[in-house]
Design a protein around this ligand. Structure first.
Ligand code: ADP
Ligand code: MG
Length: 232
């Protein structure tokens, strides 16, 4: 579904991605792991056309996406940092996003899933970080797309909401969707991902399943497996 070859991106002197090759197959949950600043968001933004790579190719369903925009209608994206207008209510924001996208939205069940009904009339500026993140999640999942890209989806969520998010992701996977997640929360990835890549200093250190990584490092815990991978 996604093919990335030889992708490089620098910001000034800082080389963030270096000759990265990555193939992501259709269907299932694919996680990009890596410490803060390892280039996960930059990689995602390259996929979305929000960051222009210095070199390399990116294709989705065998079509190059560079300098194209239409493909973005066919994917759902959860940004790491959602800068919502503070003066809008949750309802107003949902309606605004529905007007912006040329797709039908199904938000009612999602709002109930995250218990957001009491917050619908509240202004976004008055919501807690976790509640804002739930709104962010509703805005992402209310449209039906084959590709779902989630940048640090667990940010600010309490344990119960985290369970609701996992449920939602699993449901989408069962429908055959491709879900690309970046995270530095190992337990979340351990529970959800079918395949992972570990990104460090702009390079891929490992690509495979969580169980393959555990086997290779002879560790039963993903955190320890990653630590071993780095020091190997
Ligand atoms: P991650 O998502 O893995 O935490 P990012 O992709 O956000 O990492 O950032 C990787 C590195 O690139 C960081 O050092 C960050 O400061 C830098 N960076 C990201 N975007 C920009 C930008 N627009 N201009 C300058 N530096 C940037
Ligand atoms: Mg990031």
């Amino acid at each position: 579904m996604i093919n990335i070859t030889n992708l490089s991106k620098s910001f000034g002197k800082l080389s963030v991605l270096e000759n990265l090759d990555l193939e992501i197959k259709e269907g299932g949950i694919f996680a990009i792991l890596g410490p803060n600043g390892s280039g996960k968001t930059t990689l995602i933004k390259c996929l979305l056309g929000m960051v222009i790579p210095d070199k390399g190719t990116i294709s989705i369903n065998d079509k190059s996406i560079l300098k194209k925009w239409d493909y973005r209608n066919e994917l759902n994206y959860l940004p790491q940092i959602a800068n919502f207008p503070a003066n809008l209510s949750v309802n107003e924001l949902i309606d605004m996003v529905k007007d912006l996208r040329p797709k039908t939205a199904n938000e009612t069940e999602l709002i109930a899933h995250f218990g957001l009904e009491p917050f619908l009339k509240k202004k976004l500026g008055h919501l807690s970080g976790g509640t804002k993140q739930k709104v962010n999640i509703v805005l992402t999942f209310m449209f039906d797309s084959q590709l779902i890209i989630l940048d640090e989806p667990t940010t600010g969520l309490d344990p119960v909401s985290l369970i609701h998010l996992k449920e939602l992701i699993r449901r989408e996977k069962e429908k055959g969707k491709t879900i690309l997640i970046t995270s530095h929360i190992m337990s979340f990835v351990d529970d959800t991902a079918d395949e992972i890549v570990f990104l460090l200093d702009g390079k891929i250190y490992f690509k495979g399943s969580v169980s393959q990584l555990k086997e290779r490092t002879k560790e039963t815990n993903l955190e320890n497996a990653i630590a071993k991978l780095i020091t190997e």
